[in-house]
Write a protein that binds this ligand. Structure first.
Ligand code: UT7
Length: 355
């Protein structure tokens, strides 16, 4: 059976830089708090009412296509990972396809909803399709336009200061050498903690969104026998249309699951942490990445961190970081590259790659 490999990478971040000092002006936060707790100094926001998740994804995709040395007509399948899609439905996959102008071809487009680990979940799906010989050039995109859906009041500060916009893309292709390419992927999930990092509304939960499915939460839905609305005045008034996170709980899980899933992948490939040439962690919090670095005994040049400049771009963070690391020349042929992510769901995942 063939292996699969990442044949080309690309990323795009919008021009608009939003610093911690910019956020200090609109909510009760400080540069010191944000830097100390997260490592973030600034993030990018897409151009309001012009850029979208799929349009940023398309920019990253075109670069990945170019860097893979193929043309967009060669793409035979699209996988799009995001938690901030342009529309509730249809998903961003078809919008990206339209944006790239490859709608004539008989290709499929799949949307992945695994938040921070969406790119690695997508990579795992692509890997299987390539291995079976079904597709030859899969376009995998992770993109986010968080800035449209955050709470810019002090109420939302623990989440809002973290998130940023951007997109990353990869072309997944067959690899003839069985010792190279994607050696394995590990996928995990545990829905027990779904509400620990969540955006509840708009949704079809009807108020039943707690883990025990007890009495519904009152969202001010109209009292009608048929017909419901997704968005109520109460949701708008009470700021219930943005993400919610129990930060410390998520943090404590992340620092356990990151090393675990990385070591599982390495071990399955007959490797240890000593073999890692480059670790690309999901950029959730610089403190989490530093913890993982220490736990695995990695030197600074063996881990890629860019959260300082972009914040947490969830599904886009791994491909942006990987694309940057590649561009910088830090990844060379034969290197062992590990990708790892943990986030909402909870879902977590790793990919072990010999470049
Ligand atoms: O990407 C998906 C996975 N996500 C993660 O892995 C994120 C994991 N969690 C974290 O990164 C951290 O928990 C945060 C950075 C989100 C928060 O840091 P923390 O050290 O856990 O802070 P906390 O939530 O425990 O809040 C500590 C205090 C609170 O005030 P009191 O109750 O002690 O008076 C918060 O209200 O800090 C306050 N606070 C802020 N203060 C200034 C929360 N957000 C802010 C803020 N600026 N932006």
């Amino acid at each position: 059976m063939l292996n699969s490999k990442i044949g080309g990478l690309g990323h795009y971040v919008p021009d608009k830089v939003v610093t911690n000092h910019d956020l200090e002006k609109i909510m009760d936060t400080t540069d010191e708090w944000i830097v100390e707790r997260t490592g973030i100094s600034e993030r990018r926001y897409g151009k309001k009412h012009q850029e979208t998740t799929s349009s940023m994804g398309a920019k990253a995709a075109l670069l990945a296509i170019k860097n893979a040395g193929i043309s967009k007509e060669d793409v035979d399948f699209i996988i799009f990972a995001t938690l901030s899609p342009d529309y509730y439905f249809p998903g961003c996959g078809v919008l990206l396809q339209r944006e790239l102008g490859i709608t004539d071809s008989a290709i499929g487009a799949l949307d992945i909803r695994n938040q921070c680990s969406g790119f690695i979940y997508g990579l795992s799906v692509a890997d299987q399709y390539i291995k079976t010989g079904m597709y030859k050039n899969i376009l995998l995109v992770g993109a986010e336009m968080h800035s449209m859906g955050l709470d810019y009041t002090t109420r939302g500060r623990n989440v809002t200061v973290i998130f940023g916009d951007g997109a990353g893309a990869a072309i997944i292709q067959p690899e003839e050498n069985s010792q190279k390419g994607i050696l394995n992927t590990f996928l995990h999930s545990d829905g027990t903690y779904a509400e620990k990092l969540i955006m509840v509304n708009p949704g079809a939960h009807g108020g039943y969104h707690n883990d025990k499915m007890e009495a519904p939460v009152d969202y001010g839905y109209p009292d009608a026998e048929y017909g419901e609305v997704f968005v109520t005045q109460k949701m708008l008034d009470d700021g219930l249309l943005s993400p919610h996170m129990e930060g410390q709980f998520v943090f404590k899980m992340a620092v356990v699951k990151f090393p675990e899933v990385i070591l599982n992948g390495l071990s399955k490939a007959g490797l240890t942490a000593k073999d890692i040439d480059m670790l690309i962690p999901h950029q959730a919090n610089l403190r989490i990445s530093q913890f993982v670095q220490r736990k695995l005994g990695l030197r600074d040049e063996q881990i890629w961190n860019n959260i300082q400049r972009y914040g947490n771009t969830t599904a886009a963070s791994v491909p942006i970081a990987l694309s940057e690391a590649m561009e910088s020349g830090m990844i060379k042929e034969g290197n062992i590259v590990c990708l790892a992510a943990f986030g909402s769901g909870f879902t977590w995942a790793s990919a072990t790659i010999r470049w």
